[in-house]
Design a protein around this ligand. Structure first.
Ligand code: ADP
Length: 271
């Protein structure tokens, strides 16, 4: 709508038919550019693990009479294959989110239950690094949306908090009703932090502050892009506060579902 209004202003001859057509073309070109970029990025990102697997397969063949080496290469093949599976899954998730700007069949979702589930899914990885996850999850905090997508988003934030923090640090996950009908989900870590000039770029697809480190931790560079789209599709946003060497807080802010909707499990429009 905004774009159309601008079109009307610059058109010298008026004629809404022509204007609509122009706007359509600009929009179509933009979508096409995004799609081309995405395909280029995806092929580049897929080449790394696929190339890695091919090299490892060769190495296995060459080491046929050294069982220990075969075991070592096989282990690395498993790691690459797992990463590839995750990458493909995230590419599918992200393209679905990008195609649909809105949610399919939104329902009332208990945000603290979502956060608890996300924490549970990260428990093993956290334990392996001696990281304690503290939670402060208020009851009765609801949004209108998609439970699985929200779990994915919070899991991505918790997973990053663990991946980019040292051993024996703490991660905190909090859910509460902020003012003005906004629900906040905040994930705080005591990790390496993010340089200020990088803080906006990290939400772009495949953008990483340190690509080598991200790969080493099994990162795909898509996690935060997915979080951003899940928040947008719920009518909200995600922001970051971070200080290098001290840690980061990622905050999702989503419109709260009205209380009555949560009580009756009906849509917010029916009260
Ligand atoms: P990745 O799979 O690489 O983690 P993300 O999209 O989830 O991809 O994150 C993009 C980049 O943002 C990461 O590679 C990392 O550089 C940075 N980042 C994300 N979360 C954190 C965090 N909690 N602490 C420090 N850096 C982070």
């Amino acid at each position: 709508r905004g774009r159309l209004t601008m079109g009307v202003r610059v058109a010298p001859l008026g004629g809404s038919h022509v204007l609509l057509l122009l706007d359509d073309r600009t929009q179509a070109r933009r979508v096409e550019e995004i799609r081309r970029d995405f395909v280029a990025n995806v092929s580049h990102e897929l080449k790394t693990p696929v190339g890695g697997l091919a090299l490892l397969a060769e190495a296995v063949e060459g080491a046929a009479d050294d069982p220990e080496a075969v075991e070592r290469f096989a282990q690395r093949m498993r790691v690459e294959a797992t990463r590839l599976t995750r990458l493909v899954q995230e590419i599918v998730d992200l393209s679905r989110l990008q195609v649909a700007d809105t949610l399919h069949e939104p329902v009332i979702v208990d945000v603290s239950e979502v956060a608890a589930e996300a924490v549970e899914r990260s428990r093993l990885v956290a334990d392996a690094k001696g990281i304690e996850i503290a939670t402060a999850l208020d009851e009765g905090v609801h949004v209108f949306g998609d439970r699985e997508l929200l779990i994915t988003a919070v899991s991505n934030l918790v997973g990053n908090a663990i991946a980019y923090s040292g051993n024996d640090t703490k991660v905190a996950v909090a859910v509460h009703d902020a003012d003005h009908g906004i629900v906040e989900v905040a994930v705080t870590d005591q990790g390496q932090g993010i340089p200020e000039q990088e803080q906006q770029r990290i939400f772009e697809r495949f953008y990483r502050v340190d690509p080598a480190r991200s790969r080493a931790t099994g990162g795909t560079g898509l996690g935060l892009a997915i979080v951003k789209h899940v928040c947008a599709n719920h009518g909200g946003e995600v922001t970051v506060w971070s200080e290098e060497g001290r840690g980061s807080t990622f905050t999702m802010r989503l419109p709260a579902a009205p209380d009555s909707a949560a009580d009756t499990h009906s849509s917010p429009n029916t009260e």
